[in-house]
Write a protein that binds this ligand. Structure first.
Ligand SMILES: [Zn+2]
Length: 120
């Protein structure tokens, strides 16, 4: 139950940060070209990278499998496939790589290690 509250707070925080970031992107477009705009663009990119890193860390903490096609890693999501339960197949939302779901892992273990040869 405690973990659920942590995940809920994390999700609410991330939603708020992403909303603020969208506002900054809109405001950034109205700035004149120059060093100030470049600094804002760089800061926005840093925040986007930090968000992706936090999502990957949270996914690993919760036992999700990560695809290492990017840095930070992508959290692989369950997908439906013909003849199999959607819980049996995971897909990377970035590169589309698919893996069979590992056997149950406990939160905090980071799931199984990435195996680049376990691809359908
Ligand atoms: Zn990937």
């Amino acid at each position: 139950m405690e973990l659920l509250k942590i995940v809920e707070a994390y999700t609410q925080g991330m939603t708020a940060v992403q909303g603020a970031l969208e506002g900054l992107k809109t405001a950034k477009d109205k700035l004149p070209e120059g060093k100030d705009k470049e600094a804002v663009v760089k800061k926005i990119e840093e925040v986007e990278h930090a968000i992706l890193h936090a999502k990957a860390e949270m996914g690993a903490t919760l036992g999700y499998v990560l695809c290492q096609c990017t840095w930070p890693a992508q959290v692989m999501v369950p997908v439906a496939s013909s003849g199999e339960s959607s819980r049996d197949l995971l897909k990377c939302p970035n590169c589309g790589k698919q893996l069979s779901r590992p056997h149950k892992t406990e939160a905090g273990t980071g799931g199984r290690k990435f195996d680049p040869y376990d691809v359908y």
